[in-house]
Unconditional design. Structure first.
Lengths: 393, 313
């Protein structure tokens, strides 16, 4: 029986952690993800989980402890945001190269410079090449569902990679919304027991991890790692299918909303997809053929599927909630544009940088984007490719 | 159990030969010496900070370590092993592991005094049941002999060179052992390779079989960085102790205890002279630098004697 509740995104992740009952959680507080380890600390204090907490002195140590723990055969989790993820940088690469399926709850927040505590995707986008699976969530329900699925995806023998499950800071992490939870026992049955391929604590077979790797071997090791990421796509879909059987909730690599017959579409990540859906509903009533592609899985990036889903459109705006400072657009734009290179008829494509540092994005903003796309279609001219939404110039 | 040199040396090596460390280097001696103090039936997981010891003992696809071993990065060996120790606790509680494990971290002074200091301090404060062993060779040797906060004053390194205006490192070394004592952990020891390795062995045994965090600072000379003949390793260590440059002591639950008091403290020249990194100190006109080093050693030695309840010189 599903449990109906009202929870914030942080609460939803904490409940998922409680239900999964990981062996180890190592974390350091940072806004807006701080609540997650706080809730888990309370579960530990109340004896509701068996989890060993490692309340470290920095995020660098949090990920380092996660590496030491997961390598010892313990199911291990952490939560962080923004500069916390940035401080983990070096160790993110180490975790993925050792093929450790650590699960990280990322509450997306702008990176400092200047300091800002609100939602944008600079943190996870900066870590996009770190070899972690990245799954994004529009709302608390998706954050909860994705987190439970992430454990299975990362631990799959074909994959063996760490996974970060992302949600927008404050907008999702702190806003309380309705949610449907799964029964504890069902979650436990779904994730199952973690059986590591190798462990530091297997006395019958001691192992050595983290060698010096000469040019003679390094590239082969990276190739194997890439293969794990290649295989992840299939596993993500397989796990989603099983998840649907338990919950009735359907997940894919991305969500297409009113996309099939659309002429103009936006590609977007996380909470603003909800805002965009409201704008689409309004514009559809006005007879405008608008649609949306919401990225769920950013790593591995589903190039072919996205190309197939978008190539029939006339004009597309790719929405980036982070700057890449490439001077031609944000990171999502680069991926989508690259995916569409294979399309027979390439749609007109523009990029909007929007919502940095938590700047509000309303349905009016989204309508403005669609209107720009229609203006491009009418003129049959793309115009400026790299744009900012709602910025004071 | 009383120390028996022959018995200790006849134990199967847990860091085997065939690794690529230099002849006359102290680091593998420190590692083997500590591992010899493990009961044979006990399992161990060893974490290693990036450094000479790591890259020379575990070059893919070869490892010289008999026990499970993890290297993650330069500055996080203590945090890494703290994760392994926490995993052990929970998996043991759940009945998934039967064996007894010990958790040991090796780091050079770079990975311990400097870049890894925060990680070490955090792990010690959290009270993990682990032993952190610093093999202190007083500079960043793996990157080619650059100064660290463990480098002694006036020593020549690649980043504290002998110039026309400046001669060697301009600062005294950080007293990390004392800093670790201030963490109020159950066991802190400072030692090096003396005689039949009794002091190292006994301290390692105490560190390993004391519940909670333990820290050992082991002076581990580097022939490349210190510029001594490889065969002179033991002699250099002896001089470090006899001049009181590197006193041997232990602090058990806050109680300071001197492990060895030289019958006659040798002047610091005896330790400095055989090392090429101090050769400039013996040029005419630099006598005041030697005096300054001697005065610092005398001051610190007296402080230590006082802490240990010994008669001051």
């Amino acid at each position: 029986m599903a449990i109906r509740d009202r929870l914030s995104g942080n609460e939803a992740i904490a409940i998922a952690m409680k239900q999964i009952n990981p062996d180890v959680l190592a974390a350091f507080p940072i806004t807006p993800s701080t609540e997650i380890p706080q809730y888990v600390s309370q579960y530990v204090a109340d004896g509701e989980v068996d989890t060993e907490l490692i309340l470290v002195e920095s995020e660098h140590s949090a990920m380092s402890a996660c590496i030491g723990s997961q390598a010892a055969g313990a199911r291990t989790m952490t939560a962080t945001s923004s500069c916390g993820l940035a401080l983990m940088w070096e160790t993110l690469y180490i975790a993925s190269s050792i093929r450790l399926p650590i699960t990280l709850a990322l509450v997306n927040r702008a990176l400092t410079g200047p300091i800002n505590i609100n939602a944008d995707h600079a943190d996870s986008m900066g870590a996009r090449d770190a070899g972690w699976i990245q799954i994004y969530s529009e709302n608390n329900q998706e954050a909860y569902d994705n987190f439970i699925q992430a454990v299975r995806i990362g631990e799959d023998k074909e994959v063996q990679l760490p996974t970060m499950v992302c949600q927008d800071g404050f907008i999702t992490s702190h806003a309380v919304e309705n949610i449907e939870l799964i029964e504890d026992e069902e979650v436990k049955a779904f994730v199952g027991e973690y059986i590591p391929v190798a462990s530091l604590l297997n006395a019958k077979e001691p192992i050595a991890i983290g060698p010096y790797d000469s040019p003679h071997y390094y590239i082969e090791h990276k190739r194997q790692q890439a293969e794990g990421m290649n295989k992840a796509k299939e596993v993500i879909l397989k796990v989603a299918e099983e998840f649907e059987k338990v919950t009735g909730r359907k997940y894919g690599l991305f969500e297409a909303y009113q996309l099939e017959d659309a002429e103009a579409a936006i590609v977007i990540i996380n909470s603003t997809a909800g805002t965009a859906k409201a704008a689409i509903d309004k514009m559809r009533k006005e007879g405008k053929k608008v649609g949306l592609l919401k990225i769920r899985v950013f790593r591995p990036f589903p190039h072919e599927e996205i190309c197939d889903a978008l190539s029939h459109l006339k004009a597309i705006a790719v929405m980036d909630r982070s700057e890449g400072f490439s001077s031609i657009g944000g990171p999502l734009f680069a991926e989508v544009r690259s995916a569409l290179y294979e399309a027979e008829n390439r749609p007109m494509l523009i990029n909007y940088i929007y919502g940095l540092g938590g700047r509000d994005v309303t349905t009016t903003h989204i309508e403005e984007v669609y209107n720009q796309l229609f203006s491009m279609i009418n003129k049959n001219q793309t115009g400026q490719v790299y744009r900012y939404l709602g910025v004071r110039e | 159990m009383a120390y028996n040199f022959k018995e200790a040396m006849n134990k199967p090596e847990r860091l085997t030969g065939g690794h690529r460390m230099c002849a006359g280097c102290g680091a593998p001696l420190a590692a083997r010496g500590v591992l010899r103090a493990l009961k044979e039936e006990d399992q161990a997981v060893i974490a290693n900070a990036t450094g000479c010891l790591e890259v020379s003992t575990f070059t893919y696809p070869y490892t010289a370590w008999k026990d499970s071993f993890i290297h993650s990065a330069f500055e996080n060996a203590a945090a890494t092993i703290s994760g392994t120790e926490a995993a052990y606790k929970v998996l043991k509680r759940k009945g998934k592991i039967k064996e007894n494990y010990k958790f040991i971290t090796f780091g050079g002074d770079g990975g311990t005094y400097d870049i890894g200091f925060q990680s070490l301090s955090g792990a010690m404060e959290r009270g993990h049941d682990m032993v952190y062993v610093c093999y202190d060779n007083g500079a960043y040797m793996n990157t080619g002999i650059q100064r660290s906060s463990a480098t002694p004053k006036y020593a020549e390194t690649a980043t504290s060179p002998i110039g026309t205006e400046v001669l060697g490192k301009q600062q005294f070394r950080k007293d990390l052992s004392q800093v670790m004592v201030a963490h109020e952990i159950p066991y802190v020891a400072q030692t090096t390779f003396i005689g039949n390795f009794k002091d190292l062995h006994e301290k390692a045994e105490k560190a390993l079989y004391t519940e909670g965090p333990a820290f050992m600072n082991v002076l581990a000379p580097c022939p490349r960085g210190w510029r001594y003949e490889t065969a002179d390793l033991m002699e250099i260590c002896k001089l470090a102790v006899e001049t009181c440059y590197w006193p041997m002591f232990e602090v058990v639950n806050g109680e300071w205890k001197l492990s060895y008091r030289p019958k006659k403290k040798l002047p610091i020249d005896a330790f400095l002279k055989p090392q090429g990194r101090f050769r400039h100190l013996f040029n005419p006109g630099n006598e005041d630098m030697l005096q300054e080093i001697q005065a610092d050693i005398d001051k610190k030695w007296n402080q230590l004697l006082k802490r240990c309840g010994e008669e001051i010189e």
